[in-house]
Ligand binder design. Structure first.
Ligand SMILES: Nc1nc2c(c(=O)[nH]1)N[C@H]1C(S)=C(S)[C@@H](COP(=O)(O)OP(=O)(O)OC[C@H]3O[C@@H](n4cnc5c(N)ncnc54)[C@H](O)[C@@H]3O)O[C@H]1N2
Ligand code: MOO
Length: 410
C-alpha cells in the first residue's frame, strides 16, 4: 500500500482494510439489567407495553369526567374521594362530581380534565368550575410516552444508564447481549520489570500492559491473560501458543520493528496454514510499525492479532488509531467510531515535510494547544493531553485556525 499513496491516504487505507477484517462476534448471552451496563445489545428490542398503560394524571389536583365538561360551566361539584397512584381505579368518573387525584394515578377512560391543586377553587369541600380557562387536560393518554411494539433500542447499541432505564421502564429485566471480545495482552522484552519491583541495571518498568488493560476493560473486552515474553522466538511461541485457543484477539506491544530480537512478525507468520499476515511501516510519527495476522483455530473460529509498536506513546496512539476501532467492530457496536471535535488553535505549529504527525493537544480557555515534544516514549504527554490531532505533511497550523481533533474518553 505504501509508495503510491500519500501518508494520510496510506493510513486511511490501512485502517479501512483492517476494519474490514473485524467482523462482529456473533454469539450472544442473556444478562440481567444489572449486568447489562456497557454491553452491546444483540437484538433490537421493542416495547412489550404502552406507557402509560392507562390514562394517568400528570398533576396533583382534581379530576372531572368528560361528561362534566360537556355539562358546561359554571358547576359546583362534590369531591367524592382521592385517587392515588397504584390504588384501585373506579370503573368510570361520575358526570356530576369530582375526585381528588395524585400525580401518577391511573384514571378511568372517561376522565376529561385534571385541574392542578394550585388552580382549583374549592368552597365548602365543593370544587367550583366557573370558567372555561383550562387549556391543558393534564391527563397523559395511553401510549403517549411509548406505544406497544415501538422500537426501543437497535441491535448494536451500547447499553448505559439511559438505555437500562428505558428497558426497566418497560418491565424488561434481562436482555440479549453480544459476547465480549476475549483479548490476550502480550508484551515483551528482556528489559521489562513489573511496577513495584526494584529495577536491575538496564531494566525498565512495563507500562504498556497496564494502560492496555485499562483501555480494554473500558472498551468492554474480557482480558483473558497478560503474557510477558522473553526476547527469543521459541520461548515467545511456547508462551503464546497454548493461549490462542481461548481468545478472539491478541494485542501485542513491542518487538514489531526491525531489530535483531523483534520476533513478533515471525510469530505472526507461523500461526497455521490458513494464516494471513501483513506488516507496515507507516510514514507517520508516532505509531510507525504495525503488523496484523488472522487465522482460524481448530473449530473454525476466526482469530486476530494486532501487533503494536513498543514505544509507549507510539503504542498508545496505535491503539487509538487502529486497535480501538477494530475492537469496536469486533464487539458489534453500532456507532464505534470516535467523534471528532473542532477548536481554534492557540499557536502556529510547523508540520513535518514528509511524515504524518499525530500531535497531543490540550484544551485551554484560549483554544487548542499542541504539546510540542511529540515524543514516542514520554507518557507524561498523554496525561497532559485531552486528545490528539492529525497533521498531514506540510500542512502547517496557524493560530486562530479551526482544527479537527479527537478527544480521549476521559
Ligand atoms: N532501524 C529502525 N529502528 C527503529 C525503527 C525503524 O523504522 N528502523 N522504528 C522505531 C520506531 S518508530 C518504533 S515505535 C520502535 C518500535 O519497536 P518495537 O515495536 O520493536 O518495540 P521494542 O523494540 O520492543 O521497544 C521499543 C521501545 O519501547 C520500550 N518498551 C517496549 N515494551 C515496553 C513496555 N511494555 N513498557 C514500557 N516500555 C516498553 C522498549 O524498551 C524500547 O525502548 O522501533 C524504533 N526503531
Ligand atoms: O512509532 Mo515510533 O512510532 O515513532 O516511536
Amino acid at each position: 500500500m505504501s509508495g503510491v499513496l500519500d501518508p494520510l491516504q496510506e493510513f486511511q487505507a490501512i485502517k479501512a482494510w483492517l476494519l474490514a477484517q473485524a467482523k462482529a462476534i456473533n454469539e450472544s448471552e442473556t444478562v440481567c439489567l444489572l449486568d447489562a451496563n456497557a454491553r452491546v445489545l444483540a437484538e433490537a428490542i421493542h416495547s412489550p407495553i404502552s406507557l402509560p398503560a392507562l390514562p394517568t394524571s400528570a398533576m396533583d389536583g382534581y379530576v372531572v369526567s368528560k361528561q362534566c365538561l360537556e355539562n358546561g360551566f359554571p358547576a359546583r361539584l362534590p369531591v367524592l374521594g382521592t385517587l392515588f397512584a397504584g390504588a384501585d381505579i373506579p370503573a368510570s368518573l361520575p358526570q356530576d362530581a369530582a375526585y381528588k387525584v395524585m400525580t401518577g394515578a391511573a384514571l378511568p377512560g372517561n376522565a376529561g380534565l385534571v385541574i392542578p391543586v394550585e388552580e382549583a377553587q374549592l368552597l365548602d369541600d365543593y370544587l367550583l368550575l366557573d370558567t372555561n380557562k383550562f387549556r391543558k387536560s393534564h391527563i397523559k393518554q395511553v401510549g403517549c410516552d411509548l406505544s406497544e411494539g415501538e422500537l426501543l433500542l437497535e441491535k448494536g447499541v451500547v447499553l448505559g444508564a439511559r438505555e437500562i432505564g428505558l428497558l426497566a421502564s418497560c418491565g424488561i429485566a434481562a436482555c440479549p447481549v453480544l459476547r465480549r471480545p476475549k483479548v490476550l495482552i502480550a508484551v515483551g522484552g528482556d528489559e521489562l520489570q513489573s511496577p513495584g519491583v526494584p529495577l536491575q541495571a538496564g531494566q525498565i518498568y512495563d507500562a504498556n500492559s497496564w494502560w492496555l488493560q485499562a483501555e480494554l476493560t473500558e472498551l468492554g473486552c474480557e482480558v483473558v491473560a497478560v503474557l510477558s515474553w522473553q526476547d527469543d522466538l521459541p520461548s515467545m511461541q511456547s508462551s503464546l501458543r497454548p493461549r490462542l485457543e481461548q481468545i478472539d484477539l491478541v494485542i501485542s506491544v513491542g518487538g514489531v520493528s526491525v531489530g535483531d530480537r523483534d520476533f513478533v512478525y515471525d510469530c505472526l507468520q507461523n500461526l497455521g496454514e490458513e494464516a494471513r499476515s501483513c506488516r507496515w511501516r507507516l510514514n507517520m510519527k508516532p505509531a510507525k510499525p504495525l503488523a496484523y495476522a488472522t487465522w482460524k483455530q481448530n473449530a473454525g473460529a476466526v482469530k486476530h492479532w494486532l501487533a503494536l509498536p513498543g514505544n509507549p506513546v507510539a503504542a498508545f496512539m496505535s491503539f487509538q488509531l487502529f486497535a480501538e476501532p477494530f475492537i469496536q467492530s469486533l464487539s458489534g457496536k453500532k456507532s464505534g467510531s470516535k467523534k471528532s471535535c473542532l477548536a481554534q488553535m492557540v499557536q502556529n505549529v510547523k508540520a513535518d515535510p514528509h511524515k504524518l504527525l499525530w500531535m497531543q493537544v490540550r484544551e485551554t480557555q484560549e483554544g487548542l494547544e499542541v504539546i510540542r515534544q511529540n515524543s514516542s516514549s514520554r507518557l507524561l504527554d498523554l496525561t497532559l493531553a485531552d486528545g490528539y490531532l492529525c497533521m498531514p505533511p506540510n500542512c502547517d497550523l496557524e493560530a486562530g485556525q479551526t482544527v479537527e481533533y479527537w478527544r480521549y474518553r476521559r
